[in-house]
Design a protein around this ligand. Structure first.
Ligand code: ATP
Ligand code: MG
Length: 556
């Protein structure tokens, strides 16, 4: 066991502690059980950090198991993406399993249930099944097929498997209690017929597929899972989970414990909605940097550490709630502030000519990579007569609060000299196209005497810098609870992506590599886009702004 965690243990870890103390278990086995019907999102990360985190901290292990019982919606692409995402988050599974590995065993246990009079083949149509089920206030009615002789059930179930019956014509159902106040116990379906599907693992071998509620407990038990952790919507399914294991000949009986799922403001998380965004091309794909998917967050520039930290910070409880997007953003901000080398990039370039700087001169200046961490070293900047500054860093006139360049005023070029603006050159329409300045050669590393310099601005050499495209991302949705009282598509944020195609970045950024993250001083945190960058083509994603300015308008 690793050292005691600084924060109090969540209720699940407390249960595990007492199960270890009482001798009920000596090692702990968990699993993360995604259905391969989409990419993982930040909500799944919560479950991954919980399950794999427990396996790391206790003597234990965690399996990655694909809950692949619905081949109509599942694909190998998703299997591979999920494996990549779990590894990227920093975890390795003890064993890789598929629920479909257990299809033969699951079939055998179903035969056991039939033999024990605990399951029957039902010929009701799906509509009739619904009709017979009853409601929350009314008990259900028993199927007319409920008391079929065991031999007949065995024969029909075998023939279901053999492919003799059409989709929807028959199901295998548990024989529990149609009057139960818990609808999940009203003779739930265990198997359904699905012809013509090619399963990504089992191909065309099966035409009957086990239901999730039947498959899950048995898969857990086969793997020797001690604690089966799932989200709260399965609380009402727990009696069925226990019923299945109590009625078949398997010794292991994992303990199901529910916790609340993660909901995050300003985004959507259900796979149905995420799939819709991808299919309707509202985003560029599952890894669009605006998506709350792990693949999207990775491409956006999030670090695995920041996601793990976020999942630990929000904690594990049974109370439902929605987490503010700012909590996730602060997690990456905090991490990048500590580790990201500083660079200069001008997103909206305005040319500045230093009139008294020799045209042929190119001065190499050394600049530290991080103000608080010297171990991150330094890089070379090049100052030339023509440079770019950001258009927002100049005004012809402004009051004292404006800490940037004004006509006749002085400002420090970050890591270089103080310049004074002498002239703003305009085109016939009155737009400023160029600034003419003079620099004071005596101001490298110290301020001029007796004069006030307004502030410090960043810059990039016009001749030694590099062109870049910069993508400014914002929240995917413009409302905190997308789709509340309407279609979530109407709540998509039309300004979630702003493309800036004429940016200039300092020379050192020509060597930027995918996976590196930088602070562009005064602008935010950025990384090279993994998909659209190419040699000689720099495309940067904004990971997150420097401060949380959501809803506060322009920051200055
Ligand atoms: P969705 O509702 O987004 O489609 P799901 O629950 O159907 O998700 P699964 O692939 O079945 O997705 O989930 C795998 C595991 O991840 C489950 O144990 C599930 O409870 C957990 N999980 C899914 N979404 C969240 C979430 N938002 N917060 C915490 N855990 C989650
Ligand atoms: Mg699911």
């Amino acid at each position: 066991m690793s050292g005691a965690p600084a924060t109090p243990k969540n209720f699940i870890r407390q249960i595990i502690d007492s199960d270890l103390q009482s001798g009920r278990h000596s090692t702990i086995h968990t699993r993360f059980p995604p259905e391969p019907n989409g990419y993982l999102h930040i909500g799944h990360a919560k479950s991954i950090v919980l399950n794999f985190g427990i396996a790391q901290d206790y003597p234990g292990s965690c399996n990655l198991r694909f809950d692949d019982t619905n081949p109509a919606k599942e694909e190998e692409e998703f299997v591979e993406a999920i494996k990549e995402d779990v590894r990227w988050l920093g975890y390795e599974w003890a064993e890789l399993r598929f629920a479909s590995d257990y299809f033969e065993q699951l079939y055998g246990y179903a035969v056991e249930l039939i033999n024990a009079g605990k399951a029957f083949v039902c010929d009701l149509t799906p509509e009739q099944v619904r009709e017979y089920r009853g409601t929350l206030t009314e008990p259900g009615r028993e199927s007319p097929f409920r008391d079929r002789p065991i031999e007949e059930n065995l024969d029909l179930f075998r023939r279901m498997r053999a492919g003799e019956f059409a989709d929807g014509s028959r199901t295998l159902r548990a024989r529990i209690d149609m009057a139960s106040p818990n609808i999940n116990l009203r003779d739930p379906a265990l198997y359904r017929i699905r012809h013509g599907l090619i399963h990504h693992q089992t191909g065309a071998e099966w035409c009957i597929y086990p239901m999730y509620d039947y498959t899950h407990p048995i898969s857990d038990a086969i793997e020797g899972i001690t604690h089966s952790l799932c989200t709260l919507e399965f609380e009402d399914h727990r009696p069925l989970y226990d019923w299945v294991l109590d009625n078949i000949s398997i010794a292991c009986h994992p303990r199901q414990i529910e916790f609340s799922r993660l909901n995050l403001e300003y985004t959507v998380m259900s796979k149905r909605r995420l799939t819709q965004l991808v299919q309707e091309k509202r985003v560029s794909g599952w890894n669009d940097p605006r998506m709350p998917t792990i693949a999207g967050l990775r491409r956006r520039g999030y670090t695995p550490e920041s996601i793990r930290h976020f999942c630990e910070a929000i904690g594990i409880t049974k109370s439902e709630g929605t987490v503010e997007m700012g909590v996730l953003e602060n997690s990456i901000r905090g991490h990048l502030d500590a580790i990201a080398p500083r660079r200069m990039a001008v997103l909206d370039p305005l040319k500045l000519v230093i009139s008294n700087y020799p045209a042929e001169q190119a001065e190499v200046l050394q600049a530290g990579n991080h103000p608080k961490d010297e171990t991150l070293g330094s890089r070379e900047l090049v100052l030339t007569r023509e440079i770019y500054i950001d258009r927002a860093d100049f005004r012809e006139e402004a009051n004292k609060k404006y800490k940037r360049l004004v006509l006749g005023g002085e400002v420090r070029l970050r890591n270089a000299y103080v310049v004074r603006c002498d002239q703003a050159v305009k085109d016939p329409d009155g737009n400023i196209v160029e600034l003419h300045c003079t620099y004071d050669p005596d101001t490298l590393g110290h301020n001029p005497e007796g004069r006030k310099v307004r502030g410090v601005i960043h810059w990039v050499s016009a001749t030694r810098g590099h062109k870049a495209e910069v993508r400014l991302y914002d929240r995917l949705c413009k409302s905190a609870e997308p789709g509340k009282g309407g279609n979530f598509l109407d709540d998509l944020n039309p300004e979630s992506l702003r493309l800036l195609s004429d940016c200039m970045v300092e020379p050192a950024l020509a060597q930027a590599a995918v996976g590196e993250r930088y602070q562009f001083e005064r602008e935010g945190y950025f990384c090279l886009d993994s998909e659209d960058s190419a040699p000689g083509k720099l495309v940067f994603n904004r990971i997150v702004s420097l401060r949380d300015s959501w809803g506060k308008g322009e920051d200055d």
